[in-house]
Design a protein around this ligand. Structure first.
Ligand SMILES: [Zn+2]
Length: 333
């Protein structure tokens, strides 16, 4: 068994009451990588907190080399607000204002609130770490997804997670920016890291927590701090960037989209029934079928950033409203 210690960083930043940033350090007592796990940098994205709670005993049992640092609540003031950022108001989708910690790395000792929090986490944990997974959440209408930068070693690390989806993004030349996302900062300082999105903000989910624990075990095996091979790599998955063809299923007319019991991540064949459109101006119904085979990357009638607003989650589709997105699956290996 590796040694587990709870440590506490006391945080005092301007405009916020003093608070603790507790973390667990799991130490094998042997040389090796230092793997930092972060979650809840955004206050409505809490699945990763539960994933770390469940992963701690696994890490204590399976760690054979190096160290793991687990920081479940990386930005408590945003969690207390129960919304994306420190000062997000009701129904306000994620913004990139000064209170969004995503763009604040590596932080600033005398900066604004989230720059100060980032600075403290950087000094205490990020500096000594060689690897990182930064756990976020997006709308429950999208499947869980690793989001690595478009660089082969970062993509390979993200593939090892065996999440249903990998979305490769090009952020442009990393070294030239003043501020980064946390994983962008790891990448810019030549360390392996990816950010990922669980399915579901403002909520916890058994299925997502299980995927998360498996992701952390798999990535620990990939970097050699656990023994053994990653699991789940033979499951159907999608791997895409902005150019990958996809079938966007849209409402041919206005109406209520009555779902057919599917969920993001389900595999559909061409012609499978996705749901029924019940039209308000004629009371006619239309069957909505999958035009292509693949994985449901998104499913359900919703507007962008629907998870912050019940009206945006309303199942009434305008003509051309998006009902589902289907992406062809690939073999991982
Ligand atoms: Zn986030």
């Amino acid at each position: 068994m590796a040694k587990v210690e709870k440590r506490i960083i006391n945080v005092n930043v301007k405009n916020i009451r003093e608070f603790n940033l507790p973390y667990w350090e799991v130490d094998s007592g042997r040389e090796g990588p230092c793997f930092l796990l972060t979650a809840a940098l955004h206050g409505c994205e809490v699945i990763g907190c539960d994933v770390m709670r469940r992963f701690l005993p696994v890490a204590a049992r399976d760690l054979v080399r190096g160290k793991i640092l687990l920081l479940p609540f990386s930005n408590p003031p945003a969690v207390w607000n129960r919304r994306h950022n420190l000062y997000s108001s009701p129904s306000e989708p994620k913004g990139f204002g000064k209170d969004n910690i995503n763009g604040a790395w590596p932080g600033k000792a005398d900066g604004h609130e989230v720059e100060q929090i980032a600075f403290i986490i950087n000094e205490k944990l990020v500096k000594e770490s060689t690897h990182n997974i930064d756990m976020h959440c997006w709308s429950r209408f999208n499947v869980a997804c690793a989001v690595p930068d478009d660089e082969s070693k970062q993509v390979e690390f993200a593939m090892a997670a065996a999440l249903p989806a990998v979305h490769v993004i090009s952020r442009g030349p990393a070294a030239k920016r003043e501020y980064y996302t946390l994983s962008g900062y790891f990448n810019a300082t030549d360390r392996l890291s990816f950010s990922m999105e669980f399915s579901g903000q403002y909520m916890l989910s058994e299925r997502e927590s299980e995927l998360g624990v498996r992701m952390l075990s798999n990535c620990s095996r990939y970097i050699g701090i656990f023994d053994g091979d990653p699991e789940g790599t033979d499951e159907p998955s999608i791997f895409f960037n902005h150019e990958t063809p996809r079938a966007e299923v849209k409402a041919p007319a206005g109406g209520l989209f009555v779902e057919n019991g599917l969920k993001p991540g389900d595999i559909v064949a061409r012609g499978d029934l996705l749901g029924i459109l019940f039209m308000d101006d004629s009371l006619d119904t239309l069957e909505i079928k999958a035009p292509e085979p693949g994985m449901l990357y998104s499913y359900g009638c919703h507007r962008r950033m629907a998870d912050v607003d019940l009206a945006a989650q309303h199942p009434y589709a305008d003509k051309d409203g998006l009902l589902a997105t289907i992406i062809p699956t690939v073999r991982r290996t």
